[in-house]
Design a protein around this ligand. Sequence first.
Ligand SMILES: NC(=O)c1ccc[n+]([C@@H]2O[C@H](COP(=O)([O-])OP(=O)(O)OC[C@H]3O[C@@H](n4cnc5c(N)ncnc54)[C@H](OP(=O)(O)O)[C@@H]3O)[C@@H](O)[C@H]2O)c1
Length: 346
Amino acid sequence: MDTVSDSMLAIGGFTVLYYMLKLSWICWCGFRVYVLSKVWQTDLKAYGQWAVVTGATSGIGKAYANELARRGLDIVLVSRSKDKLHIVAKEIESQHGRQTQIIQTDFTEGHDIYPAIAEALRDLDIGILVNNVGMNYSDKLVHFLDIPNPEQRTTQVINCNILSVTQMTRLVLPRMVARGNGLIINMSSEAGAQPQPMLSLYSATKIFVTYFSRSLNSEYKSQGITVQCVAPFMVSTNMTHNLPPNLLLKSASAFAREALNTVGYSSYTSGCVSHALQVGTPLIHSNIQNKLLYNVLVTLAKNEPCRIYYLTILCDCKYLGLSLLSHSTLFCPCSSLIGCAFHPTV
Ligand SMILES: NC(=O)c1ccc[n+]([C@@H]2O[C@H](COP(=O)([O-])OP(=O)(O)OC[C@H]3O[C@@H](n4cnc5c(N)ncnc54)[C@H](OP(=O)(O)O)[C@@H]3O)[C@@H](O)[C@H]2O)c1
């Protein structure tokens, strides 16, 4: 009997020790990536003179472009609208005193656009590439068969979210490897961390970005190249209907500042401590079944009172405790999707 209870005690002791060590390790990693990185920032200029940012005229891309310029890099802005490109380029030149170049292109158009981009980048010393451009296929959560104009739209999403990342990487990586130095930042999403019913194609494109980045990082790390995958939760941008920022939902500029601090500290990051804490909630890792997630999403998408309730708690910091609870218990796995899907009319 004594032997049995001693064994149980030993197993219990080891289990507690294991989880305490694991928790300590997670806390240390979080402290290192999100706190120490603020104090000892990686010198981004050391990667090279120019940073190329795709989707640079609004949201996260524009914020990255500004932050990189603030940290001393010249910026190549790549985006769709020429007018917006000129405006952002002027802003960067006047606010940060850096050089800019613009490349106007539409990433939904497929392979044909890349020779012109290659030509525009040919003579530049490119140290950093930010593969940020990305799009969703609908303002709402929809079944795959309900994607509007599906033949065209599905190809556009794949071209914009997947092809752009691989082709832009193919264009800049060879010279980075030859130099033995370079940084590629690829914008994935927490929506890619697990299957997302009602956002199937978008989330599938994002897990592509994640796996591509993490594999590439392993392949080229020894040659001086860092490939960082950033997988944010919700950031206030056009894509999320510019919901007002709060502790859970970052403004694009605050997000870019924090995310760039993590370069050199983590090759796969949520980008900021608030998003890391949301991802870190235990239920996320407890394999909530797709069926449950699906039911929650469909109910919320169809039910107006639910939609308003969600947006009220998300948008109003007065209800932060409730919001945090709802994120960490029920909505966390799909909070970004819900935010993207529901127009903030409350
Ligand atoms: N916002 C979030 O909560 C969130 C969360 C996770 C991941 N992400 C990812 O972060 C990235 C940026 O998202 P965002 O929220 O900043 O988006 P956004 O505010 O909609 O900005 C998208 C940018 O990409 C450009 N763009 C869009 N389609 C393009 C195309 N076909 N060709 C060239 N440029 C194009 C836009 O140019 P125009 O100004 O001309 O439209 C704009 O500059 C995306 O990859 C997204 O999946 C966002």
